[in-house]
Design a protein around this ligand. Structure first.
Ligand SMILES: [Zn+2]
Length: 401
């Protein structure tokens, strides 16, 4: 199983200059290859093979127009061609229908204005992680790395990118064997919600951390500021960079949070069940934005691969499981409830149910996990006591909720 490790790089000015040159050379090699294939196609000649493009690259390096390509690692240039070849293969597979999913267009020319610049070093390039933690890249130098965790094994490749906020990252690919954890006793169902990021069948409600919420507020503010700036003005360019930065910070904070939460859940539980996001049916409503902002899909993906990695069971509950319509204590189905109804009493078993926890318990049960419904039951009065309405009759409670 292949895993990616992403971490931030802190290149010094000389590294930035060398990386800028490498990004540029990789772009030129990609574009030259693309132009050669397009020209051949337009001239009615056969498709230029991967080997032919590679030979042309070697020949180009001794011409005066392209001699500067020798200043960067040859592997970086080969990998740029490999990217082009992959792009073509995906395009052809999409054309003849062997590739599922949305249709893919033909490869497009890369620009220095693209928001993301990338180069890849494979093991052939002899990149090394030095004992002091720096990353040695051929013809670039020893670049400082902000490691978030150690690499589990020797990386087979590293991709260095620069994003639109001007930040540099390294993404290592490592081969990871399954690291089985000792068997855990508990299992858990998870309901992904809007008010809380996740609600667990054991009754815990998990809210996104404050720094993430703050970063999101700053992002929205930056986006509003950008929309007020005049097109083509210098201030607009500045505002755009500010948005890119704020965006990157939100993405980072969210990823860290999702990593921590998914690792904890996989460690604690032998089996984890989560509702398939399509079930939520929120994606097409006005809630869509917050749904996407909540970053659930990344979180669910992390749960899946960590479960595989650590030998845990992972379930996604499919469509049409009425998680809010069924009492998790006795199983009686008492129909849909509007979103504002946060808790109710089961008409059959008289249990008081918390909407989110009830859903999480139902998710676990739908996956065949043995969880108790105790967590889903609330004591009457607990939720409304804060609003000074404790002691009201259950029927009026329901109206008030
Ligand atoms: Zn019931």
């Amino acid at each position: 199983m292949q895993l990616r490790y992403n971490c931030r790089l802190d290149p010094q000015p000389r590294h930035r200059a060398a990386l800028g040159k490498a990004f540029g050379c990789a772009r030129v090699v990609f574009n030259d290859g693309l132009a050669a294939r397009r020209d051949a196609h337009q001239a009615g000649q056969p498709y230029l093979t991967d080997a032919e493009l590679s030979a042309r690259l070697t020949a180009a390096k001794v011409t005066p127009q392209r001699v500067w390509l020798t200043e960067v690692s040859a592997v970086v240039l080969q990998q740029a061609l490999a990217d082009l070849n992959t792009a073509y293969r995906n395009y052809f597979a999409s054309l003849n229908g062997t590739r599922k999913g949305p249709t893919i267009g033909p490869p497009r020319f890369r620009s220095r204005k693209d928001s993301r610049q990338a180069i890849r070093f494979t093991a052939n390039a002899r990149f090394t992680v030095l004992p002091d933690g720096k990353l040695r890249l051929p013809k670039i130098g020893d670049v400082p790395v902000r490691w978030s965790r150690p690499l589990q094994s020797e990386p087979s490749s590293v991709t260095v990118t620069r994003d639109s906020a001007g930040r540099y990252f390294a993404s290592f690919v490592v081969q990871a064997g399954s690291r089985l954890l000792p068997e855990a006793q508990s299992v858990v169902g998870i309901d992904l919600g809007l008010k809380h990021f996740a609600v667990l069948s054991d009754g815990r409600k998990i809210t996104a951390p404050r720094f993430l919420r703050r970063a999101e507020i700053k992002l929205r503010r930056a986006q509003r500021a950008l929309s007020r700036k005049q097109k083509g003005s210098r201030n607009r360019d500045k505002a755009r960079v500010a948005v890119a930065r704020a965006h990157a910070r939100v993405a980072d904070a969210r990823r860290d949070f999702c990593h921590q939460l998914s690792t904890a859940l996989i460690r604690e539980n032998q089996a984890v069940a989560v509702e398939n996001l399509a079930v939520k049916g929120l994606a097409r409503t006005r809630l869509a934005k917050s749904v996407h902002d909540a970053g659930w899909s990344g979180f669910v993906m992390m749960l899946g691969y960590k479960a595989r990695l650590y030998g845990r069971e992972f379930y996604r509950i499919g469509r049409f499981e009425p998680t809010s319509q069924r009492c998790s204590a006795c199983g009686v189905r008492d129909g849909p409830k509007p979103l504002h109804v946060r808790e109710w009493q089961c008409p059959a078993c008289r249990a008081w149910l918390d909407r989110d926890i009830n859903a999480a318990v139902n998710v676990a049960k739908a996956a065949g996990l043995a969880v108790t419904a105790c967590g889903a039951q609330v004591r009457p009065g607990s939720a409304l006591a804060q609003r000074g309405e404790a002691g009201t009759h259950p029927t009026s409670r329901r109206k008030a909720a």
